[in-house]
Design a protein around this ligand. Structure first.
Ligand SMILES: Cc1cc2nc3c(=O)[nH]c(=O)nc-3n(C[C@H](O)[C@H](O)[C@H](O)COP(=O)(O)OP(=O)(O)OC[C@H]3O[C@@H](n4cnc5c(N)ncnc54)[C@H](O)[C@@H]3O)c2cc1C
Length: 368
């Protein structure tokens, strides 16, 4: 029995973001008693573009790209299951993603990507500038070519998060909102639970899925690097049906007509300010390719911090401290990675053997 008088649970999850909830739901469906602690009242993701990307910036030899592809192949069936368990609909944008080339060097990058993706039999189409504009009107004349990736689609991430809260609860997960975890409870080298407002909660396994705050539990110290992403949200953009993925800017239209424009990740610590000049540059570069977006109303702008690691790979799996698991460092790939992370972690908890080689994501790589 814990100090709070509660019997121990099987799994305690820190963080009710997409990752924590996906893991909690999967573990509860596998029969575990699961409790989730979330620092915020009702965590919302107002700046989440909802993009499920696995091909647009994938690298042939990168382990994270393979994990993202595996995650995307599960993602839409997983969303359908969450919809049916929760009774909440999660709108999708089906148009896929265009990777545009505006210059000859950019065209080379597009050709390189097409070449290995063809080899791996990943679905895509190579379009000329003209046929890209036919598919997505409103793009600039100087567009040379584009890759069209039909499988890199998007969902309304806010709706998905709300549905996942309901489906996790329906699976038996006990959710504690506005209940921050202050520290881990330890016994020797083992983590035996978490300390929250109501006291100590003992757990067989503790999972840290606390996004950019995941490095703050100190056991062992893990290097989570926060990176800032600028976001501008436009409205009335229903004519825009395809995502655009460029190194310097990204455009993700949602089914409700909002269009998210986001910039590349920047390492500025925990600074959440929005530099006006950076935002103006991001919008200018975007409107250069997609001038028609410049006529849409700006609804809001802001920035978000994403959890990354020094080598850019997620942190997924157990640590030197017994009974402690990390699921973080998902950067801007949290959507496709949520269902695959949940699947692998629950397989690991049940059998000690995940069905996919996850050694590249071992959190212990930073303590060696
Ligand atoms: C603006 C934005 C747009 C994005 N767009 C996309 C996209 O289009 N496609 C994509 O794949 N990914 C996208 N992502 C990334 C993706 O959302 C993240 O990788 C993913 O949300 C990470 O989820 P998470 O659950 O790991 O972390 P988070 O969503 O950060 O959740 C962590 C949770 O832990 C809680 N927490 C922190 N400390 C504590 C504590 N001590 N006790 C209890 N709770 C705590 C936090 O309050 C938070 O709710 C986007 C992210 C942002 C921010």
């Amino acid at each position: 029995m814990s100090e709070s008088g509660r019997p121990p649970v099987d799994v305690a999850v820190i963080g009710a973001g997409l990752t924590g909830l996906a893991i909690a739901r999967e573990a509860a469906r596998a029969g575990a008693r699961v409790v989730v602690f979330e620092a915020e009242g009702l965590p919302r993701r107002p700046f989440e573009a909802g993009w499920v990307t696995a091909q647009c910036d994938a690298d042939e030899h990168d382990a994270t790209s393979s994990l993202r592809l595996a995650g995307r192949s599960l993602f839409f069936d997983w969303v359908a299951a969450v919809e049916s368990e929760s009774g909440h609909r999660v709108p999708r944008r089906e148009g896929g993603t265009l990777v545009p080339a505006l210059t000859l060097p950019e065209l080379e990058v597009v050709h390189d990507r097409a070449s290995w993706q063809r080899h791996r039999r990943l679905g895509f189409e190579t379009l000329t500038g003209g046929s890209t504009r036919d598919r997505q009107p409103g793009l600039a004349d100087e567009l040379v070519a584009a890759l069209h990736l039909r499988e890199d689609r998007a969902v309304d991430a806010d709706a998905l998060h709300a549905a996942l809260l309901v489906s996790a609860a329906a699976a038996g997960v006990e959710l504690h909102l506005a209940s921050p975890v202050f520290r881990l409870v330890t016994q020797g080298r083992a983590v035996s639970g978490v300390q929250v407002n109501e006291g100590q909660i003992l757990a067989g396994v503790t999972v840290i899925a606390a996004g950019v705050s995941s490095g703050g539990f100190g056991l062992p110290p893990v290097p989570i690097v926060p990176k800032r992403e600028l976001v501008a949200v436009l409205g009335l953009g229903r004519a825009f049906t395809h995502g655009l993925w460029h190194d310097r800017f990204r455009v993700s239209p949602l089914p409700d007509g909002r269009v998210f424009i986001t910039g590349p990740l920047e390492a500025v610590g925990f600074d959440r300010r929005v530099p006006a000049g950076r935002l103006a540059k991001l919008l200018n570069e975007t409107f250069h390719l997609a001038p028609s977006l410049g006529d849409l109303p700006l609804l809001t702008a802001g920035c978000v911090l994403r959890a990354t690691t020094p080598d850019g790979r997620p942190m997924l799996g157990s640590t030197d401290a017994q009974s402690l698991i990390y699921a973080t460092g998902f950067a801007d790939h949290g959507l496709p990675l949520a269902p695959i992370a949940a699947k692998l972690l629950v397989e690991y908890m049940q059998t000690g053997n995940p069905s996919l080689d996850w050694s590249a994501f071992d959190p212990r790589r930073f303590s060696q």
